[in-house]
Design a protein around this ligand. Structure first.
Ligand code: E4P
Length: 214
């Protein structure tokens, strides 16, 4: 499973890219707004910081404008993926952009039926938001199970990108279900490597080693 960072913070992206395991980056308008920088400048910076896919979301709500925005973003870098929302206009824009060779990440997906439409529209990625489903008292991971099962019956090229992730455990569960990609905020990325027994074990090993040298 590929691991993406879900952030527009350049320092975090550079920090975790150094670990060598960041396969791409997802952004959204809220994440960009938090940074207080120009959208175009930041997206271009991110596309240089990582080799893999970088998602940049359209702001328009009508398909013709979404297509124009998507075409513009695609000129910024080779690794741009245009994020279109799961709306009727988003579905039209996804088809137009995909047919023109521009890769689309269909975002704000909350049901298996929506994921079916994204695949039929030719989206490169479909982004189910599991955390927001859990926030409503439902089981977001169940949706990932449904989509992986559904896609396994067909030859869809669309990759399942698990989004709105809130814990390291969800990353492992997404991988166990066979999701293609999981995008995680920097704070969760940091926690992926952490375990108290690892820290405890390491300090014991180092202390024992030091004692043996005296
Ligand atoms: C995905 O591409 C989105 O940016 C993201 O995962 C949204 O997550 P949130 O529900 O934590 O805002």
């Amino acid at each position: 499973m590929k691991l993406f960072l879900d952030t527009a913070n350049l320092a975090d992206i550079k920090k975790y890219a150094e670990w060598g395991l960041v396969d791409g980056v997802t952004t959204n308008p809220s994440l960009i707004a938090k940074e207080g920088v120009s959208f175009e400048k930041r997206i271009k910076e991110i596309t240089k910081a990582v080799k893999g896919p970088v998602s940049a979301e359209v702001i328009s709500t009508e398909w013709k404008d979404m297509v124009k925005e998507g075409q513009k973003y695609a000129t910024w870098a080779k690794n741009i993926y245009v994020k279109c929302p799961m709306t009727p206009d988003g579905l039209i824009a996804t088809q137009k952009l995909s047919k023109a060779g521009i890769r689309v990440n269909m975002t704000l997906v909350f049901s298996a039926a929506q994921a079916l439409l994204a695949a039929k529209a030719g989206a490169a990625f479909v982004s189910p938001f599991i955390g927001r489903i859990n926030d409503m008292g439902q089981d977001g991971m169940e949706l990932i199970d449904e989509i992986t099962t559904m896609y396994s019956h067909y030859n869809f090229k669309t990759e399942i990108l698990v989004a709105s992730v809130r814990s390291p455990r969800q990353v492992a569960e997404a991988a166990m279900l066979g999701a293609d990609i999981c995008t995680v905020p920097a704070a969760i990325y940091e926690k992926l490597v952490k375990h108290p027994l690892t820290d405890q074990g390491l300090s014991t090993f180092l202390a024992d080693w030091k004692k043996a040298q005296n």
